[in-house]
Design a protein. Sequence first.
Length: 440
Amino acid sequence: MYLHEVETLDSASLAELQSRRLVELIGRLRRVESPFWSAKLADVGEVRAIGDLIALPFTEKHEFLATYPHGMLAVSMSQVVRIHASSGTSGKPIIVAYTADDIRIFAQVNARALSAVGATSDDVVHIAYGYGLFTGGLGLHYGVEELGATAVPASGGNPGFQVGLMADAMATGLASTPSFALILAERAEAAGVKGDIRLRWGIHGAEPWSEGLREKLETAWGGGYDACDIYGLSEVIGPGVAVECRENKGGMHVFEDHFYPEIVDPETGEPVPTGEPGELVLTTLTKQAQPVIRYRTRDITRILGGDCPCGRTSRRIGRLEGRIDDMLIIRGINVYPRTIETVLMSDPALGPNYAIVIDRRGQLPELEARVEVADASLTADAETIGARLESRLMETVRLRIPVMVGEPGSVPRSEMGKAKRVYERTGDEDPLGWSFTVST
């Protein structure tokens, strides 16, 4: 455990720390000469403790765009030492700024995350997240160095070269998206170097992934490999907001001495009972350059109860159940791609790659699932596999989703950035380029 004293605080001591930091934050924001913060806090009364947070207004994504590029700053630009940005879906990216203290905290929370998944100062960590404006690569990089381990800044792409480097540099840890970790495992197998790579653990995030995909990922890298989830978002700080520990996979510890979590009803904004699903809302208690108050992440999760065997006392959130923005409405039924993945990846006959196709050629959209068998010898069983998966999807999603089963390697891979899982079909051309399929 990287910061034992902080990470094992009792609930009363943690609440006291959170309250002190929230009061300091609100006091500082009231003194900032900023039209944004003046308006945001205009109707906010006295804040004395963390429990008063619920009376504060939400912050939403559109506010970043409305104040682009630096309208949400709470410090002068002379105090900003770094700028990151998330990709812009409508032309403009979301700009996020950091002071030197923000960068220090960024490194520290990522060191804590790495320690939780089993990293030590003796590890050689192969970092295959993208570097640059994306927060993933640099966030984990500085976390590795803060921990005292060795960072290999490989970035994304060129998996053939990367697997050779992993073997030569004697990598013991891997930081990447789960989809790219699977590509690396495939390339290592094909290149004959998989036996020379001695990974003990992987820290994987930036895209949602299911327990079934975890099982396939751990199998792909061999026994003893722990694949753990890390959560973060640029608007808050980047990676290092929450992480799974290797002792209790399935939920993520929130570093709530820095990031205070709430779960609210996504429609009403009202808090939901502990254990119930809802939208994750985060407040940055220590961020200086660009703090957020009650930021609506659009991610669906829940607060988990019970003590954790790792000894950390911070609250845990469940692994993401989906994003409100990613929800598909098909024939009046709400469907999250993560739910479909969970069903598909639970089948041992399948490889770890899949795609969902939204067919919009008719009056109403339809869904298809595209999968590939784990081994070419199973291709003859494609019809049986597809029928089995259709039945399971009907039971889970309550929607008929035809399943097309292809040979190994038939689902496209993305060697840069996040995996593309959802495609749209509007004409005769197949979006995956499948010239033949075996359909149920």
